[in-house]
Write a protein that binds this ligand. Structure first.
Ligand SMILES: O=C(O)CCC(=O)C(=O)O
Ligand SMILES: [Fe+2]
Length: 333
C-alpha cells in the first residue's frame, strides 16, 4: 500500500511536567516520552513477581484464537482467571491449560471493582503492584479518571479505536508497536462506533476500504519504560511485539460535566456529542418521509452544512473553543 503517508511519532526524553504541559500537551498530537521515572515497576515486574504480588483475584480476560483480535467475527471469548494464573499463561506461547487451543492469546484490560459502575484503578484492585508504578504528574490529581492494566500475550493486536479521555500509556515491560490516526482521518477509517473495521492495517483490503489509503499513519515502537501520550479522540492500534505489561492512565481534559457519568471505560462520547448524534438520527428518520432522490439531495446538502458549520478549518494544534465544554482546562501560561 504505497499511497498511505507515514509519520513517525516524535520522541522526547526526560520530560518534566513543565515541558509536557507547555510544549507537548497543547499540540494535541501523540508523543513518545522516554526516561520519565515510572518507579520500581521497571525492574520489579517479572512474571513471577506480578503473579505473587498481584495475587489470585479473578480477572476477566479476552482469550483469542488468533493474535489479531477481530471484533467483527468475534474470534475471542471472555473468560475469568485468577490474576496469577493469567499472567503466567499470557507470558507463555504454548499452553498446557487452555480454553480454545494450545496457542491461544490473552489480553487483560483491567476493570473496576464493580465493572459496570467504577473505572479501573490499580491502587484499588492491585494495591501492592500499584505502589511500584508512579503515575507521571502531568495532570492535576482531580483530573484523574482511571489506571488500567494492559497485559498482552506476544503478538496480541488490539483493533484500532478511540477513547474520549487524554491518555498516558506506560509500557512497563515488553516492546509494543503502536499505530495512530488523527481524529481528522475519521472519514478514512470505516468506523463502527469507536472502532475501525479495518483489522489488518498492515495489509488492508483496499478494494473494500479504498479511503484508508488517504489516512496518515503515525507509528512508534514503545520500549519497556516508554510512555505514549495519546490525546483524546486519536485512534490507536497496538501490537505486542513481546509479552508485555502496560498501564494506561486516563484523565479528563474537559470539565467533568462534559463526560458521560456512566462511563467506566473512558470511551463513551461526551454528552453533547451523544445528543448531537441522536438529533442526527432523528433528522434522518424525518428524511424517510421523502422519496429516495430527494433524500439523496438533502443528505448532500446536510453534509455541506455540517462541513461548513462544524469542521475545523484550522489544524488541530490551533483548535481553541469558546463554550465551556470546548475549551480544555487551560494550561498555565
Ligand atoms: O496497550 C494496549 O494494548 C491498548 C492501550 C489502549 O487502548 C489505551 O491505552 O487506551
Ligand atoms: Fe484505547
Amino acid at each position: 500500500m504505497e499511497c498511505q503517508e507515514r509519520v513517525e511519532v516524535p520522541v522526547f526524553t526526560a520530560v518534566e511536567k513543565e515541558v509536557f504541559t507547555r510544549q507537548i500537551y497543547p499540540l494535541r498530537r501523540p508523543a513518545v516520552l522516554k526516561d520519565v521515572p515510572l518507579g520500581p515497576c521497571l525492574e520489579k515486574w517479572t512474571v513471577d513477581y506480578l503473579a505473587q504480588k498481584g495475587g489470585d483475584r479473578d480477572v476477566k480476560v479476552h482469550v483469542s484464537s488468533a493474535p489479531q483480535m477481530d471484533f467483527l467475527h468475534k474470534n475471542f471469548i471472555y473468560r475469568t482467571l485468577p490474576f496469577d494464573k493469567f499472567v503466567q499463561r499470557a507470558a507463555e506461547v504454548k499452553h498446557s491449560d487452555f480454553f480454545i487451543s494450545e496457542d491461544e492469546s490473552y489480553y487483560l484490560r483491567s476493570l473496576g471493582e464493580d465493572a459496570r459502575k467504577e473505572p479501573a484503578d490499580l491502587r484499588k484492585q492491585f494495591p501492592e503492584l500499584a505502589e511500584d508504578f508512579h503515575i507521571p504528574p502531568f495532570f492535576e490529581p482531580e483530573q484523574f479518571f482511571s489506571s488500567v492494566f494492559r497485559i498482552s500475550s506476544p503478538g496480541l493486536q488490539l483493533w484500532t479505536h478511540y477513547d474520549v479521555m487524554d491518555n498516558l500509556l506506560a509500557q512497563v515491560t515488553g516492546r509494543k508497536r503502536v499505530v495512530l490516526f488523527s481524529p481528522q482521518d475519521a472519514l478514512h477509517l470505516y468506523l463502527s462506533g469507536d472502532k475501525s473495521e479495518i483489522l489488518d492495517i498492515d495489509d488492508p483490503d483496499l478494494q473494500r476500504y479504498p479511503e484508508f489509503g488517504k489516512a496518515q499513519r503515525y507509528e512508534c515502537i514503545l520500549e519497556a519504560g516508554d510512555l505514549l501520550f495519546i490525546p483524546a479522540l486519536w485512534f490507536h492500534n497496538t501490537l505486542a511485539l513481546q509479552f508485555g505489561v502496560g498501564v494506561n492512565v486516563f484523565w479528563r481534559h474537559l470539565p467533568t460535566e462534559c463526560y458521560d457519568k456512566k462511563d467506566p471505560y473512558g470511551n463513551k462520547d461526551p454528552v453533547a456529542a451523544t445528543r448531537a448524534m441522536q438529533a442526527l438520527e432523528r433528522a434522518l428518520g424525518i428524511m424517510d418521509e421523502l422519496p429516495a432522490d430527494y433524500q439523496d439531495f438533502y443528505a448532500r446538502r446536510m453534509v455541506l452544512r455540517i462541513q461548513s458549520r462544524a469542521y475545523s478549518s484550522r489544524p488541530v494544534e490551533g483548535a481553541h473553543g469558546h463554550s465551556h465544554c470546548k475549551s480544555a482546562l487551560s494550561q498555565p501560561d
